[in-house]
Design a protein around this ligand. Sequence first.
Ligand code: ADP
Ligand code: MG
Length: 292
Amino acid sequence: ATPTSIMVGTGRAAQMGVLLRQGQALQQLKDAQVVAVDKTGTLTKGRPELTDLLLAQGLERAAVLARVAAVEDRSEHPIARAIVDAARAEGLAIPAVQSFESVTGFGVRAMVDGARVEIGADRFMRELGLSVEGFAGAAARLGDEGKTPLYAAVDGQLAAMIAVADPIKPTTRAAIDALHGLGLKVAMITGDNRHTAQAIARQLGIDEVVAEVLPGGKVDAVKRLKAEHGTLAYVGDGINDAPALAEADVGIAIGTGTDIAIEAADVVLMSGDLGGVPKAIALSKATMQNIG
Ligand code: ADP
Ligand code: MG
């Protein structure tokens, strides 16, 4: 393509809300074989809500939820806000905490009223030597509904299972259908629970799921998908997506995402959803074809 056609293509992309930070992106997009996508905040709204709270024998909802919310009040994770909002909506007072600690990819812990409270994924509980067997059936069922099951422990005893649900953005399904229409494969890469990720993938017609990925593991997943499928575009919004955005042949950040993701990307979607991806790929094909 000539410099003029690239300039025209870049301008047309901007009109569609697709910002090309890298001149080469327009040329590379047409070759994409697979689009790998982060789940939370990219496919979904990134604003989960608490849907279920199951208690261990003999425990009281208000007491457990208040302690859990106290710890989550210190966390930046979207899951944390869901839990704090639920506690506030129930009119609970949120106690102060000491020694807050975030274990990235696993969960959070702090001291509340002299009790050690730990909240996170099943792998966090296993790490603490706790069995989540008693909640396994419920967790699998909720996961199959696309909800994320989490666990809370108080002083080393399993206290509750909590489920949160993060709604899919209304534009996601059409964007994935359009990518399939262009002949691309779509893969999801997420730190979330396997059942949950597979349920969301089923709802959206996503071809491949890489779930329960630890922070840092997204890059390895991108490398593997590249080796398997060829030229890869990665779409994400979070701090933990930045290395994957850099590793991809084309890194695409959601415009409403974190600055760190945007800095690492070649392309920014100003619309804040996946819809710009098939549009940009179609434009790339059209631009490169016209000029040959
Ligand atoms: P993702 O962005 O895909 O959620 P993270 O690495 O941030 O990936 O989190 C992975 C998992 O760790 C979450 O799905 C959740 O199970 C657990 N987790 C992380 N932070 C928290 C938190 N503040 N409260 C409860 N669970 C958490
Ligand atoms: Mg995200």
